[in-house]
Design a binder for this molecule. Structure first.
Ligand code: ZN
Length: 138
């Protein structure tokens, strides 16, 4: 089951450069910055009510976010939907003919499991499924 919008991912050249906008101008609280090696990014989270804003800064020049920035510049990169069971959602999506970008859930930031849907099958919106690994995790 999809429980809501977990976060919106925004690609930036520099988290340091952009964090004042979210923290000081908009007054959102910073909920941590971490490196997600598997995705070649550094991510910073800012709390916006029930959802988060996730700034993505590439640390790997060949990674998907670096390529996105090269092609499109800074901007909205993906929309993440929180689900209670990522395996069930993956099966449901695939049985509807929507492709997934990985053959298994990957490790995301905050210890979450994530999977991306193929943007060619979603009207060019990069959708992420995300599931907390354990109940009670943020
Ligand atoms: Zn994300």
């Amino acid at each position: 089951m999809i429980e809501g919008i977990d976060h919106i991912g925004i690609a930036v050249h520099s988290i340091e450069e952009k964090r004042a906008l979210y923290e000081e101008v908009l007054g959102l609280s910073h909920e941590g910055t971490e490196v997600v090696e598997e995705q070649g990014v550094k991510v910073a989270f800012f709390r916006a009510g029930a959802s988060l804003i996730e700034l993505l800064e590439p640390i790997d020049e060949e990674g998907p976010v670096a390529r996105f920035l090269e092609k499109n510049g800074e901007g909205i990169h993906h929309l993440a939907l929180r689900c209670d069971d990522i395996e069930t959602e993956r099966q449901q999506v695939e049985s509807a003919g929507v492709r997934l970008l990985s053959d298994r859930p990957l490790d995301g930031a905050h210890g979450k499991l994530i999977s991306f849907l193929h943007p060619r099958d979603t009207g060019r919106v990069l959708l992420e499924l995300t599931q907390r690994k354990e109940q009670g995790d943020k």
